[in-house]
Design a protein around this ligand. Sequence first.
Ligand SMILES: Cc1cc2nc3c(=O)[nH]c(=O)nc-3n(C[C@H](O)[C@H](O)[C@H](O)COP(=O)(O)OP(=O)(O)OC[C@H]3O[C@@H](n4cnc5c(N)ncnc54)[C@H](O)[C@@H]3O)c2cc1C
Length: 322
Amino acid sequence: MRVVVVGAGVSGLNCARLLLHAGHGVTVVSSDPLHRTTSYLAAAVWFPTAAGPADAVARWGATTYGMLAAAAEAHVPGVVMRETLVLYREAPDRLLPLPGWAAAVGEVRAADRDELPPGYARGLRFVVPLVEMPEYLPYLHERVLAAGATQVVRRVTRLDDVLDLTPDVIVNAAGMGAGALVDDDTVYPVRGQIVRVTNPGLTLSVRDEQHPDGRAYVHPRSTDCILGGTLEEGNWNTEPDPAETTAILERCTDIVPRLADAQVIESVAGLRPGRPEVRVELDGDLLPVPVVHNYGHGGSGITIGWGCAQDVAALVAEVDQG
Ligand SMILES: Cc1cc2nc3c(=O)[nH]c(=O)nc-3n(C[C@H](O)[C@H](O)[C@H](O)COP(=O)(O)OP(=O)(O)OC[C@H]3O[C@@H](n4cnc5c(N)ncnc54)[C@H](O)[C@@H]3O)c2cc1C
């Protein structure tokens, strides 16, 4: 079939990749260059955040974990497995029950005392995929084009604007733009500011989701380190706030004292495409051709992306089989 995928962030490109693999003809339509997408600036560590429903996110997350782990093993550009430490200020009596995400991760162990920074009572150690998006997203895009997809650069106002491309099916994967294309007003921005600093030799990802001054995470990459961050529902501002930069640096240095030696490269802010629930759904009534929605991934687009794309490919196959 001829499938038009609207969106060339991680959601659209994952779908395009699997649809091409299934033998469909794919046209990708997007308005922004890759480096202007939310996907490009994401910290892009596997960790379910601000996305639901929980059971589907767990399933999509487990699939995506497996696919990214295989990509890291195959040395796909930008994909690595990263040792991680999640910190807790208060120690529960026991290690169990583990948080819901732990099932997908494989081995999770309690951090040793000497692995904890001052002020922390407990930590969990495990390994997750980390994706360096400035390397990976262009790679994914090139692979999609090399597999035969056509790229159209165009701002779409309504989803039916792409009917001139004569699709048999349309995939709506336009991130923050997806709701407006189909009159879904439940999509909202979840602003995230991060700070990119030089890497003072770190190799361990560290996070404290309950830091009293705001969430704190430190993700070392090959040539820099991503420090975060904020999670601000309803805030549309994509300008970084200098006061927030200072606050992020302070709380990240709290959890990783070696960051005191790091130099700031830049601060950036992006809008996670929030929605009460991720929408992966076949919609047969909207347009003269079926639409498969894939949007509203919140803070988890990289974490659940391949799992969602597999469901999209299955829904397109359903359409194909009539
Ligand atoms: C600071 C920050 C940190 C993050 N960290 C993580 C993390 O560690 N792990 C994780 O899993 N997730 C993380 N996320 C969330 C993740 O980035 C998003 O969930 C994901 O990028 C959403 O991808 P997407 O492809 O749906 O949207 P986008 O990347 O925004 O792509 C949308 C695409 O649609 C196109 N488009 C939009 N509107 C139109 C239109 N009208 N016409 C034509 N084209 C259109 C755009 O041009 C673009 O190509 C983070 C986000 C932020 C902001």
